[in-house]
Each structure stands twice: as structure tokens, then as C-alpha cells.
Design a protein around this ligand. Structure first.
Ligand code: TTP
Ligand code: CA
Length: 352
């Protein structure tokens, strides 16, 4: 049994533009890809919900969008690198909640929080914390789905839009699947769902009552297997670690505290864990304190090769510096190590 959280940033490109320029927030915002052929040729990349409510949607030709939005909508040329950088920062915040993270696209990620939560309720609390953190630290609104597999969480995340959380625990999954339309499943587009409807299939469970050969004719082997696994609640494709490696470990304290007898053992535990993941000896170590209000404070040292024995002491003194410099209680602590020297790079250095 896994606890999985899916996070999808709402109307992502357009929301980044709103965050950078709050003055446009109350207007329809349209992010445009200009093709350059003529002045207004191109298409809508995405738009905020106000723009969508008046009919301006992704993929729409620009002249049409401009006609609808004339006089009130704001049209902004796309700036992909900027959105990517913004995304990296938000993903980085999310990555502090679990080592098992799959960045699925510029604005979608799955994290497996099974190890971080002893009950489903704790996974939900963690989801709420993540949602708060990405809003607080980046001003970004996101929608979350929380459940036991990647397909269900993605569907829940879509249902949670905008700016919401939806979750269902293991005991509710059967009921959820019973009422789940096949067209809601990721990977089932409009063309396929129309074909399935013609074959008498509206709900995912309908597939189980049909002749497999007829189904495979429509779906192909792979998609048929995929849909049957979902319908029978056997789907369990793991969250694949797809993220830039940073060899950090964050731990949530049992309660918000400044009590060093509670904090320091977890600092040492985080050091153990970070060193356990690293492929060599670090030249840099950082302690991170996530405060009761989710603000983040960090201290680090760089230099030489920091072996694990000295790392405990260094990490504790860094954490003390954080506590000395700040009056707030800590909610989570983290240790991050960097500038790793691997055995291979030492071999290079000595020319062996
Ligand atoms: P989506 O996840 O499809 O949509 P969204 O984030 O804009 O809106 P929401 O999740 O609230 O429904 O797309 C993610 C980003 O990908 C989107 O912000 C812009 C980009 N994109 C394009 O550039 N062209 C497109 O045709 C689509 C659909 C998205
Ligand atoms: Ca999105």
C-alpha cells in the first residue's frame, strides 16, 4: 500500500505571469505563442480561468482569442525559460517532502509519501502542508490529489481544480472506481472514449464485462491491460524518481519546537540519511530549518572533504546558529550535502 500525492499547478504559465504582475490578476490573462508569420498569427498556450470563462482556451488561434478578449484581456508572449525556472523552484520546495518524486511535466509532479506518513490521514496533512508551502514560498496555487495510486491521484487532482485538494483513502477506492467514467482516465482521449462509448463502455468497470478480444481490438494490448488493472484496483506503477539529485533529507518534528533535545537527534538522523544517499564525500553541508510559519532559514559551510563523523558536529552547530538567529519554533529540519567528491573523481585527480 502506497500513499501518493499528485500536484498540478493551476493555469501554470498564466499564473506565473499573474504572480510577476499582480495588476493583471483581475483580468483575463492569455499567454500567446506567436508564429511570426503575420502580426497576430499564432495560438493560445494557456489562459487564466477568467479568460477561460469567456471562452479563451489553450490551442485557440490568436485572432479568435483577440476578438473575444478585445479591450479587456491581457495578451502576453510566452517566455518558456522563465516558467521553467519558476517551476524548478516550486518543484524544489515539493522535493523537500519526499525523496520519491517524479516530475511529470513543467507543472505536474507525483510524490510517494508512504515512508513519511504512518496513516493516510498523515499523508493528507502532508498534502495540505505542501499546498500551503508552495503558495507561501512562491505565491503559486496548485491542485492536489491524494490516494493510493498514480492514476487515481491524477484524476483527483483534475477534479480538485482550481486551488483545491481531493483525497480518497483505500476503503473509498472501490466506490470511486464504480462511478468512474473511462473518459476521465489519463491516456483515454476524446477519440478513444467515443469508440468505447460506441462499444457500450462509459464507466471503467464496464470493460470487465466485455469480451477481452473485442476490447483489445479497440484498445490494443497495452492500454487494455492498463485499464483492466485500474478497474480491478491492481494498478500500482511506482513513482519513478525523476528529479535532479541533491542528497538531502528533511524530517518533520513531532511538534513545533525549539527544544534541542528533540531537534538534534533528528539532525543526526538526517545526516545519516543524506550521507547514505551520496556517492562520495561532500565538500559542503547545509542545515535547513523550516519554521512554524513555513519560512525557510538555512546555514552552510564549505571546504575540504567533510567526513561523516565531523558532519554530525558541523550539522548540529549549523542548526544551533539557526536557532540563535531566529526566535521561531521549528517545524521541520533538513540536511543537504553538496560538492561531492566521488572515488572516480579522486582517481582522476591522482591520475590512476
Ligand atoms: P495544462 O496542465 O494543460 O494546463 P494549465 O496548467 O494551463 O491549466 P490547469 O492545469 O489549471 O487546467 O498545461 C500546463 C502548461 O503547459 C500550461 O500552463 C501551458 C502549457 N501548454 C501549452 O503551452 N500549450 C498547450 O496547448 C497546453 C494545453 C499547455
Ligand atoms: Ca496545470
Amino acid at each position: 500500500m502506497s500513499f501518493i500525492i499528485f500536484i498540478d499547478f493551476d493555469y501554470f504559465y498564466a499564473q506565473v505571469e499573474e504572480i510577476m504582475n499582480p495588476a493583471i490578476r483581475d483580468k483575463p490573462v492569455v499567454v500567446c505563442v506567436y508564429s511570426g508569420r503575420t502580426e497576430n498569427s499564432g495560438a493560445v498556450a494557456t489562459s487564466n480561468y477568467l479568460a477561460r470563462s469567456i471562452g479563451i482556451k489553450s490551442g485557440m488561434p490568436l485572432p479568435q482569442a483577440m476578438k473575444i478578449g478585445q479591450g479587456r484581456a491581457v495578451f502576453i508572449p510566452i517566455r518558456r525559460d522563465f516558467y521553467q525556472e519558476f517551476s524548478d523552484r516550486v518543484m524544489n520546495t515539493i522535493s523537500t517532502y519526499s525523496d520519491k518524486m517524479e516530475i511529470a511535466s513543467i507543472d505536474e509532479a507525483y510524490i510517494d509519501v508512504t515512508e513519511e506518513s504512518s496513516t493516510f490521514q498523515e499523508a493528507v496533512e502532508l498534502g495540505k502542508e505542501i499546498k500551503e508551502a508552495i503558495f507561501r514560498e512562491h505565491g503559486m496555487k496548485a491542485s492536489l490529489g491524494i490516494s493510493i495510486n498514480k492514476v487515481i491521484v491524477k484524476i483527483l487532482g483534475d477534479m480538485a481544480k482550481p486551488d483545491g485538494i481531493k483525497y480518497i483513502d483505500e476503503s473509498q477506492v472501490d466506490g470511486f472506481l464504480n462511478n468512474l467514467e473511462v473518459k476521465k482516465i489519463p491516456g483515454v482521449g476524446t477519440i478513444l472514449s467515443t469508440k468505447l462509448k460506441d462499444a457500450g463502455i462509459v464507466y471503467i468497470k464496464d470493460i470487465l464485462n466485455k469480451d477481452p478480444r473485442a476490447m483489445i481490438d479497440i484498445l490494443g494490448n497495452a492500454k487494455y491491460t492498463y485499464l483492466v488493472e485500474i478497474a480491478e484496483n491492481r494498478y500500482n506503477k511506482p513513482v519513478e524518481e525523476r528529479i535532479r539529485k541533491n542528497f538531502g533529507r528533511y524530517i518533520t518534528l513531532p511538534e513545533n519546537t525549539r527544544d534541542e533535545s528533540m531537534i538534534m537527534p533528528l539532525v543526526r538522523k538526517a545526516v545519516d540519511s543524506a550521507y547514505g544517499k551520496a556517492p562520495g564525500i561532500p565538500g559542503e553541508i547545509s542545515a535547513i530549518g523550516i519554521m512554524e510559519d513555513l519560512d525557510i532559514v538555512s546555514r552552510s559551510v564549505t571546504g575540504g572533504r567533510i567526513n561523516k563523523n565531523s558532519a554530525y558536529e558541523i550539522a548540529e552547530s549549523l542548526m544551533e546558529k539557526i536557532l540563535d538567529s531566529d526566535q521561531r519554533k521549528l517545524r521541520r529540519i533538513g540536511i543537504r550535502i553538496g560538492k561531492i567528491t566521488t572515488n572516480e573523481s579522486l582517481d582522476d585527480f591522482f591520475g590512476t
